[in-house]
Design a protein around this ligand. Structure first.
Ligand SMILES: C[S@@+](CC[C@H](N)C(=O)[O-])C[C@H]1O[C@@H](n2cnc3c(N)ncnc32)[C@H](O)[C@@H]1O
Length: 380
């Protein structure tokens, strides 16, 4: 994801990946089959993990067809298995990715038909083999998609509220905010609880996808359940204890219900408590430093009085949350001016297709008694 390349690169290095290199919305690395299992289970900010299998050059559809046809596809799948093809194109020679994925699929099924007199079927949603072709000018890189569905589908969400944040984005924001589990944590507008769950998993070093139901590599010919179980057990042996409180507030009773269910699904009910509360009527409940991270309603999507709402955020933080680092993601750069605090950090990120900013406000101990402090621009 844009803006998270170095966060992901660090995650891969920490996990033991070799030759880690950052690109534009992509990070490449080397690793064996065990590491591929480990990366899928543990990486928090990866959306998909692709395994490149070969490359060839093509400047027209026939050359692309030939490049795919000449590879032995029976080494990866059987006739009774299903396939799907994704193509991404950045090329002056080609433009229609849909047409190229059709050509790629044709080349594979033609090879099976010519070899065995039968062809495998296509299953767009849940194939046994998902093939990814990345075309960069005349260079076609063919990869197997090891993950299947996007890795933001962690397996702990049974329901979402109106505007949930993606699990991968939530984890990325937490890592960008240097969250490491070494203080109390609050999401004051927690919705379905995504940020809290991801924060608790980071704090306890719980692998991000430990609850996920399925990875595509489990359908492959070389699927090794014993190796997978060894990797899974070894990751779980490295979880840590939590020594601080994690709290979530929301004013909406339905969101509270959903958040509680998701937290239960993630097995984190022991660590996270959720309360129906208006953040603007709350004050800091804990001693010592507090880390806040939240995504308030966006405004375009929700009917709120933007100016007043943002003033309330600023006033609540300023008056009631001393000794707190508050991070907020927002797509509304105009509205954050009404917060009336000067951000000490501003980081450009994307929330889906929307450009957004992750901003940080630092409240010091006793700052509410001071008339102003260096990071505040008091509007009142
Ligand atoms: C964009 S959603 C948060 C989504 C959440 N991060 C998730 O993953 O589901 C914003 C939430 O803020 C809540 N909210 C709005 N005003 C609030 C207030 N004054 N105090 C507490 N929660 C509030 C809404 O009910 C909504 O659930």
């Amino acid at each position: 994801m844009y803006g998270f390349e170095s966060i992901l690169a660090n995650e891969i290095k920490k996990l033991g990946g070799l030759n880690v290199q950052e690109g534009n919305r992509i990070v490449s690395f080397d690793g064996d089959t065990g590491f591929m299992y480990k990366a899928n289970l543990a990486l928090r900010t990866a959306i998909k993990i692709l395994k490149p299998i070969y490359e060839f050059k093509a400047t027209n559809e026939d050359e692309l067809y030939r490049g795919i046809y000449d590879h032995d596809w029976s080494q990866w799948m059987n006739l009774d298995q299903t396939l799907a093809v994704d193509v991404t194109v950045h090329s002056d020679y080609f433009n229609h990715s849909k047409f190229l994925s059709q050509k790629t699929k044709d080349a594979i099924v033609d090879q099976f038909r010519n070899k065995f007199g039968k062809r495998p079927n296509v299953d767009i949603d849940s194939p046994d083999l998902r093939i990814n072709v990345h075309v960069n000018q005349d260079l076609c890189t063919v990869s197997l998609d090891t993950s299947g569905l996007s890795l933001h589908i962690r397996g702990y969400k049974s329901a979402a509220n109106l505007a949930p944040i993606s699990e991968v984005l939530a984890a990325g924001l937490l890592l960008l905010s240097d969250w490491n589990g070494q203080s109390h944590f609050l999401d004051p507008m927690c919705g379905s609880g995504t940020i809290l769950i991801e924060a608790a998993m980071i704090a306890c070093n719980i692998p991000a996808n430990i609850h996920r139901k399925e990875f595509t590599f489990q359908k492959w010919k070389d699927w090794d359940p014993i190796l997978f179980e060894t990797i899974r057990t070894s990751l779980l042996s490295k979880t840590k204890e939590m020594h601080y409180t994690m709290q979530g507030y929301d004013i909406d009773p339905q969101s509270i219900k959903i958040a509680k269910q998701n937290i239960l699904n993630a097995g984190l009910e022991e660590f996270i408590s959720i309360t129906k509360k208006d953040f603007f009527e709350s004050e800091k409940q804990v001693q010592g430093p507090l880390h806040i991270l939240f995504n308030p309603p966006y405004g375009e999507r929700m009917d709120i009085e933007l100016e007043q709402f943002h003033e309330n955020i600023g006033n609540t933080l300023k008056r009631n949350y001393p000794n707190t680092n508050a991070w907020m993601i927002t797509g509304n750069l105009e509205a954050i001016k009404f917060i009336g605090l000067r951000p000490s950090r501003k980081i450009k990120v994307f929330n889906g297709p929307l450009e957004a900013k992750l901003v940080k406000y630092e409240m010091y101990e006793g700052s509410r008694k001071r008339k102003s402090n260096p990071t505040e621009t008091d509007k009142n």
